[in-house]
Design a protein around this ligand. Sequence first.
Ligand code: SF4
Ligand code: SF4
Ligand code: SF4
Length: 322
Amino acid sequence: MIRDELWKTDVNRLLESTGIVANIERYAINDGNGVRTTIFMKGCGLRCRWCCNPETQSFHPEMSFFPDKCIGCMNCVRQCTCGALKEDLTAKREICMDCFKRENAFSCTEKCYVNCRKVTGEKMSVGQVYDIVKRDIPFYESSGGGVTLSGGEPMAQPEFAYALIRTLTERWISMGMETCGYADSEDYEKVLPYLDTIFMDIKHIDPDKHREWTGQRNEKILENIKYVDKLAGAYDNKLFIRVPVIPGFNDRPEEISEIARFVSGCGNVAGMELLPYHKLGRGKYYSLGRKYPLEDMIPPTAERMEELIAIVAGCDIPVYKF
Ligand code: SF4
Ligand code: SF4
Ligand code: SF4
């Protein structure tokens, strides 16, 4: 929850606010208008089976290992005094978490000079983030771009998200946010006055099916979308609804129709985007020592996507592709 006193805090003091950032991607072009910098924040209350950013789900830093880049120098094994690293270079992760809590670092990663064993998740201040994003201000100005908060779920670290959004906006950077909607309603009200664009997800209308595939029911999410929609008119936000199209979960025409009907009942949605399932995040699961949950899943065909897009367009909802 964003404390009321933050509203009154001088914006220069917000530069000291800290949060956990998974990654900062420069020159992103799919997260809003123009050239953007996307800040991927750690932590999410959902566990979508298709998630392509599993390294952002946990709130804590994690160690990733990408074996295809490993040169076999064994520096990491020599550095590990806990016996967690095996000959095949896989780690006993429960020991690693204890190691991290004790040392506040994954020390083996510091000896991996090719960076195939690395930490995801770094405590950063708003000032440190600003120092990175400000290098690209000329690109934002020439392309109509800006900065997008993503994740994970940015609103899962609400005060850090608020501090970032307000600080960058007051430095004339256009701000966008991608949110799954699983957050406190009051917090949306506090960030919306500073946002140009907000992307919210609808994954399914049926609460039970939503829980089966994401770990949580969707009532709160749908309520938040209605709430943000109401405020978007007042704050002049561009609100887009995104739907990840997942075969066997929500790719039947009637399921997309239900979502489109819900969106038609909103007054300020600028448009919808349907995002076909892909497998690009698969390797990240294995790098974290996890199994990929949808190994046999096949992405939707172009024909199926066209059919579903036509349903949305048939409800007079503009269809976007960012
Ligand atoms: S995180 Fe710690 S325990 Fe785990 S492999 Fe690295 S040094 Fe060893
Ligand atoms: S330090 Fe890095 S490159 Fe060397 S063996 Fe370990 S993971 Fe592989
Ligand atoms: S809401 Fe997004 S970040 Fe969270 S688990 Fe689902 S896909 Fe991943």
